[in-house]
Design a protein around this ligand. Structure first.
Ligand code: MOS
Length: 732
């Protein structure tokens, strides 16, 4: 089904089930420990994979160079060992989709903890012990690990964020001239840190062969991409590969791609002739897979005394492996504020650290941490309220293509509503004025912005003989609530109660969905289910001899004219369809918006920061389920506090690894660190976006939060720290 914009009302608009606060339908499985995660296909409830062995991955002990030799004799004789595959016996595998690191094969080492062997044994402990007996000699080469040192040689990236094509810069009007003439200016440089996804469930896979056919139970956000990617790496036909990933314990973008756990489980299983189970050990999550690259960003703003931006510059430098791309930290800056003279670009420094790749709101998260701090600095110089500064510079059109409007944009309402709810008028604009005993108290705010992408998504719906419904798609639920919103969509469309709908996800044998990434999952996967349900409604009506165009599906019945029938009277029926959007994004810019507000207290003796309360007012089209959407937003807000205050992969610039590669050394906040989080959703269904009139919120909740925290710290202390994370040593 091709989406026709502004198609008017549809059954979803009844909102009997869609839009209602609904607890997760998969909640009981998770809270009772019976949801089968990737590494758990061994219990009675988990779909037993018999005769499993354990695989343990050995990561390279150098960051750059070659493996000169490997001695596996002692390891091979160790108790329980079934087999070993080393990188020297395997040609370098072709690159997987979306990644640049070497996954496996060959002597060349391009980053620390690149996989160089996998050991299969009867138990995990035996595999681990044997892996540590493998003796490796390396020819070590010098690597490039320090972004600050590399930045001067960084080159301007092309439009795709790589160094392949022409350098790309947004140049509108005359930035230099306008900046030179502007009566009020800000020109500052900021840094953000390397960050790790640090998801609870590590990368994990079980691989089993049946002849030519490979099944991998894994933990992956994008099933259709990853099926093709794994087939390509292993030199197989895609139809011989099946992935299954019904539950995922967090991905945050790292699990958009296939990594060494899946590949080495497959190679290992082939070697030992048994299924192989691998859970990537925690240090490899940081150093073998990917991370969010650190950035050095510069913002130059010029404004008139009434706060109108006349000159706008945002540039960012980040590093990546050869062939990798930039952290797209300036992408929101192309769309967020009106300013007639603009200069925006990104630079890339080639390095030899573990791969930089997508992490929740790639680009916008660190980009807004910087831009929205610069806006706070500008507001102070102007003597203007920071909320009003954003409002004055709002735009309803793409600033680079004024003929292209936003489909919906209510940022101003987000900000005004937020200011009112938060008690923003109680903020003292002069920093370091408010004390509560030894604590300095401050308030900060920032704009949140994240794009919303329309992308094709398919689903199958099956009407059962008893009148219940099954939804099948390869869509994933990465903890976001997908099971629930897909069930709500199907129930609304077919006029069934929620408990009459069963949702099956994550199996590559089912229709290819949008998958979970870039906060596009919710709106597109529900639209795919919508399309399939439209088809099923027609099939049911025709079978019952009713007019499909007037048939009404309510309370398990179908009614048309003066006739009615039970849904179950139609017998078993199946429909499959895919939503498609064509070039919708050429006509409209689709984005989501937020006003983030934060109050902190800073200990005036120790510099310790406590977040007291946070508010997000979000505009993201129709909210499909306020319970799961709120959960996404407060999760994002918590992550934003992490990036503002503590998250930082520490780079060992001598040896080229992330030192704090575990959950003890890599600090993240938990909800208990933030006593009060409030989320308000504005009600602006977007009929130009998709049949659900919805957009994503999974990344919006994070975007801008870091700056709101930083600006609150500045308001509390009067010390402006431009290097994230704002640890206490920096503002003492
Ligand atoms: Mo997101 S970083 O695209 O999963």
């Amino acid at each position: 089904m091709k989406f026709e914009q502004a198609a008017g009302t549809n059954p979803i608009d009844r909102q009997k089930i869609i839009g209602q606060p609904t607890s997760r339908i998969d909640g009981p499985l998770k809270t009772t420990g019976t949801a089968p995660y990737a590494h758990e296909r061994h219990g009675p409830n988990h779909g037993v994979v018999p005769n499993q062995s354990y695989g343990y991955i050995l990561g390279a002990g150098i960051a750059k160079g070659r493996v000169a030799s490997m001695d596996t004799q002692e390891a091979a004789r160790a108790p329980g060992v079934l087999g070993i595959v080393t990188t020297l016996e395997q040609e370098l595998l072709p690159p997987g989709q979306g990644i640049v690191a070497n996954i496996f094969g060959g002597a060349e080492i391009r980053h620390y903890h690149q996989a160089i062997a996998v050991v299969m044994a009867e138990t995990f402990e035996q595999a681990r012990a044997a892996a540590n007996m493998i003796r490796v000699d390396y020819d070590r080469a010098d690597g490039r690990f320090d972004l600050a040192t590399l930045a001067p040689q960084a080159r301007v990236a092309d439009e795709s964020g790589k160094l392949k094509g022409e350098p790309f810069k947004v140049e509108v009007g005359d930035f230099a001239g306008a900046f030179a003439e502007a009566p009020v200016t800000v020109d500052a440089t900021y840094t953000t840190a390397d960050e790790s996804h640090a998801m609870m469930e590590p990368f994990a896979s079980i691989a089993a062969w049946e002849g030519e056919k490979l099944t991998v139970w894994t933990s992956n956000q994008m099933i259709a991409w990853s099926k093709g990617s794994l087939a390509k790496m292993l030199g197989m036909k895609p139809e011989n590969v099946r992935l299954d990933s019904p539950f995922i314990g967090g991905g945050f973008g790292a699990k958009l791609w296939v990594r060494a756990d899946a590949v080495l489980a497959a190679l290992g299983a082939k070697k030992v002739g048994r299924p192989v189970r691998i859970a990537m050990q925690r240090p490899l999550v940081a150093n073998n897979t990917s991370h969010r690259p650190a950035t050095i960003q510069q913002v130059k703003l010029g404004a008139t005394p009434d706060g109108r931006l006349t000159a706008f510059h945002h540039s960012s430098t980040s590093g990546n492996l050869p062939g990798g791309d930039v952290e797209v930290a300036t992408q929101q800056s192309r769309l967020l504020y009106a300013a007639p003279n603009r200069e925006i670009f990104m630079k890339l420094a080639v390095n030899d650290l573990p791969e930089g790749n997508a992490m929740r709101a790639p680009g916008e998260a660190p980009g807004l941490m910087v831009l929205e701090m610069a806006m706070d600095e500008l507001a102070e110089k102007l003597g203007m309220d920071p909320v009003e500064l954003r409002i004055v510079n709002d735009t309803q059109v793409d600033p680079e293509k004024p003929e292209r409007p936003f489909s919906e944009r209510h940022l101003v309402e987000c900000l005004r509503r937020g200011a009112e709810e938060f008690g923003w008028n109680r903020r003292n604009p002069k920093p370091a004025q408010v004390r509560d005993g030894r604590w300095l108290v401050g308030m900060g705010m920032a704009t949140g912005f994240r794009n919303s992408m329309a992308t094709k998504s398919a689903a199958r719906v099956r009407l059962q003989r008893d009148g219940s419904l099954v939804v099948e798609t390869d869509m994933t639920d990465i903890g976001t609530g997908t099971y629930t919103i897909l069930a709500q969509t199907a129930a609304e469309m077919m006029g069934l109660p929620l408990d009459r709908v069963t949702v099956r996800l994550g199996d590559s044998d089912d229709p290819a969905s949008a998958g979970s990434g870039g906060q596009w999952g919710a709106a597109n996967s529900t639209s795919g289910v919508y399309a399939a349900c439209v088809k099923l409604r027609t099939a049911i009506a025709e079978k019952l001899g009713m007019d499909p165009t007037t048939a009404d599906f309510t309370d398990g019945e179908v009614r048309a004219g003066n006739r009615s029938a039970r849904l179950s009277d139609a017998g078993e029926l199946m429909a499959e369809d895919r939503i498609e959007f064509g070039d919708l994004d050429k006509q409209y810019q689709q984005s989501t918006f937020a006003g983030h507000f934060c109050e902190v207290a800073v200990d005036s003796y120790t510099g310790e920061v406590r977040v007291h309360r946070m508010l997000a007012v979000c505009e993201a089209g129709r909210i499909l389920n306020p319970v799961t959407a709120r959960s996404q937003v407060i999760g994002g807000m918590t992550m934003g506090v992490g990036s503002a205050l503590m998250e930082e992969l520490a780079v060992d610039t001598r040896f080229g690894l992330f030192v704090n590669h575990d959950l003890a050394g890599y600090e993240v906040p938990v909800h208990a660190d933030i006593p009060h989080q409030q989320v308000i959703f504005l009600d602006h269904p977007d009929d130009k976006a998709n049949p659900l009139k919805a957009k994503g919120v999974g990344e919006l909740g994070l975007c801008g939060v870091g700056a709101a925290v930083a600006n609150a710290i500045y308001n509390a202390t009067g010390v402006r720290v431009r290097d994230y994370p704002i640890t206490l040593d920096k503002h003492l």
